[in-house]
Write a protein that binds this ligand. Structure first.
Ligand code: HEM
Length: 611
């Protein structure tokens, strides 16, 4: 062996030893989790990852590897472990562990990454406590009229779209656009107390900008190197510029809303609390990075200041901040700022994050329900019957004078059953629609809006991890004691700090061992009382809003919007499509998107009872 070869061999051996030393905790974890078998599996996993790594999506690649390996799959990536889980037992262990609260560096790719959604450790705990009251039951009930009114407008807009559509055909994207605008309008009204009338029109393209930013956020999450501005610009200048444009637009939009609300707030509190007012204004003007909302340019100040000084022309409803119970999100933020618990920069960041997260997830969920119903018309008809039944009961119980007052503006030509459709919905109506609950749940199960959750382990911990064979579906409530076997399958495993845990909710909610033979079908009975009594399920088997410590703050809010919007749409229109469930392919981003959405068309007809 020549000297050169000898040196090379020594250098390679030393390098391998060094890598092994740096990765020692990871190897120890793999060995603890799966024994020698796990260690032997690593090179095969790397190879499979390499083969499946298109388009550079590590998560998707790990998911594909899962086909060949037993759950949970753990793979060493650099100096960290990526643990992929898709069973309810381990999900429960992770989601209830205080050490697994934080998001990972991957989620920094999110464009509005400075709010509750991304807060860490103690900061998250404080912020969550501060914001919980803004989603209380009382507050949500006070939003009902808003949900109803915007739902009504959306119904009207869809009727108008149909008048112009050829053969009642509306593309998936056009319907998605209408629904997104309506949901964004609701979101601005309820979180910001600001009217935008987006359901009618969105001339500035705010909704589109948000949707584009979500797509780019997904890209930057699965390709984290795009989070470095220069690399992003270098690799894809076109998308980079688009991202910059959209960022400016939504930044200006949010700051403008905050500014207006702030002005109103000052006007209201001027006499009583002048000192606080001056502090907030000073902070607003002094802040150079008020909207640290991931401007890819890294240069935030000019546009932001312009927006603060200039401002767009949105009509703003009268503020009612007097009511003790009315802790609308933006007023709660101002209230916290007054108490010195929040800076103005934090207000803007929280607002941006909340507006964005509330609108994107809800509109995606509504589209998914509509698609499921259009594909499965029999369930759609059953739902429509339930809705009409409840609404007609309400209309017959309504006093005559109220009825006349309410329907005096409705043209008789508008619809055969116009009266029913214009009834403002109340909580009791929603409680009388169990089938609607089943439809929404089944759709959230099958087309999981947020398909994957990733968490970072902030401290070494011990977790109960389900191993090997997955939990068997328990066929009968009487055999619940069988669940003891499940516990035997769990093992306490020590997980090192900085492990990334990918929780695949999408796959878990379609798992046959949990959901039975119709796991991959749209089968609303999964959520009927009788079915659930006979087929007990793990409490973490269905978690569309996540669960445990960091569950979605807007889950009840979303359910109300979903229900009211669906009532408005299904009672009035009949949805059909030629697409079938088996043909749908999904793009896993932050929220679930369909690969072929451009090719999907809805055939929508105004519903008449004779049908
Ligand atoms: C159908 C609609 C929705 C779905 C499926 C959904 C789903 C989720 C999920 C899965 C999480 C957990 C994310 C994680 O742990 O990484 C989450 C968190 C969150 N969601 Fe939602 N969400 C929806 C609607 C909303 C709405 C309407 C709002 C606000 C009005 C909202 C605000 C939030 C916030 C602020 C968090 C972070 C909570 C925290 O970290 O404490 N979501 N959501």
């Amino acid at each position: 062996m020549s000297m050169f070869n000898y040196y090379m061999l020594t250098a390679c051996t030393l390098l391998c030893l060094l890598i092994f030393y740096v990765q020692r905790e990871c190897w120890f974890f793999i060995w603890k989790l799966r024994g020698w078998r796990g260690i032997m599996e690593q090179p095969i996993l790397w190879l499979l990852l390499f083969i499946n790594l298109e388009p550079n999506n590590v998560m998707l690649a790990v998911k594909r590897c899962r086909k060949y390996f037993k759950s949970p799959v753990a793979v060493i990536v650099g100096t960290r472990i990526l643990l992929y889980i898709d069973d309810p037992d381990t999900m429960e262990a992770v989601l209830t562990a205080p050490e697994c609260l934080n998001k990972t560096f991957l989620q920094n790719g999110f464009f509005a990454n400075k709010g509750l959604l991304h807060a860490k450790d103690e900061e998250w705990k404080i912020r969550r406590k501060q914001l919980n009251p803004t989603f209380s039951h009382k507050i949500l009930l006070s939003f009902f009229n808003t949900f109803d009114a915007v739902g009504q407008e959306m119904q009207l807009q869809l009727s108008e779209m149909l008048l112009q559509a050829k053969a009642h055909k509306i593309s998936f994207e056009a319907l998605e656009d209408l629904i997104s605008r309506a949901v964004l309008e609701v979101s601005c009204l309820t979180t910001m107390d600001t009217a935008t009338h987006f359901t009618r029109s969105d001339t500035k393209g705010i909704t589109k900008a948000y949707r584009t930013l979500m797509e780019i956020s997904a890209l930057r999450t699965i390709k984290p190197w795009l989070q470095i501005d220069n690399i992003f610009r270098w690799l894809n200048e076109e998308i980079y510029k688009k991202c910059k444009r959209c960022n400016k637009l939504v930044e200006k939009f949010v700051i403008d809303m905050v500014q207006r609300k702030l002005d109103e707030w000052y006007a209201k509190t001027q006499m009583s609390n002048r000192e606080t007012k001056i502090n907030i204004v000073k902070e607003l003007k002094n802040s150079n990075n008020i909207a640290g909302i991931n401007n890819p340019d890294g240069n935030n100040s000019n546009d932001v200041t312009d927006a603060l000084v200039g401002g767009m022309n949105y009509s703003i409803p009268l503020v009612n901040v007097d009511s003790e119970h009315k802790r609308i999100f933006i007023y709660q933020l101002f209230h916290l700022a007054e108490m010195g618990e929040l800076t103005l920069e934090e207000i803007v960041n929280e607002t941006q994050s909340m507006v964005m997260v509330s609108f994107e997830t809800v509109s995606t969920s509504i589209m998914n329900v509509l698609l499921c119903l259009a594909i499965n018309r029999e369930y759609q008809n059953e739902l429509r019957n339930e809705i009409r039944q409840v609404l007609s009961n309400v209309s017959t119980q309504e006093p005559q004078h109220q009825h006349q007052q309410r329907t005096k503006h409705i043209s008789p030509a508008d619809n055969d059953n116009a009266d029913d459709f214009h009834l403002p919905l109340v909580m009791e109506n929603l409680q009388q629609m169990p089938y609607l609950d089943m439809i929404i749940n089944e759709s959230l199960r099958l087309l999981t809006t947020v398909p994957m959750n990733i968490r970072n382990v902030s401290k070494d911990i011990q977790l109960h991890i389900a191993q090997g064979k997955k939990q068997q579906r328990i066929p009968d409530i009487d055999k619940l004691h069988d669940s003891q076997n499940v516990i035997k399958n769990k093992r306490i495993v020590w997980i090192p700090k900085n492990t990334l845990i990918a929780m695949d909710t999408f796959s878990m909610q379609r798992d046959q061992s949990i959901w039975g033979p119709y796991a991959e079908k749209f089968y609303p009975k999964h959520f009927s009382k009788e079915y659930q009594e006979c087929h007990a399920r793990h409490t973490f088997a269905f978690i569309p809003f996540s669960k445990g410590l960091r569950t979605c703050i807007g889950s009840r809010y979303s359910i109300y919007v979903l229900k009211i919007f669906l009532i408005k749409l299904i009672s009035r229109f009949d949805f059909d499509t030629s697409t079938c469930l088996e043909n749908l392919e999904f793009v896993e981003g932050i929220s679930l998107k369909l690969r072929q959405s451009k090719n999907i068309e809805f055939h929508i007809c105004p519903y008449t009872q004779q049908k």
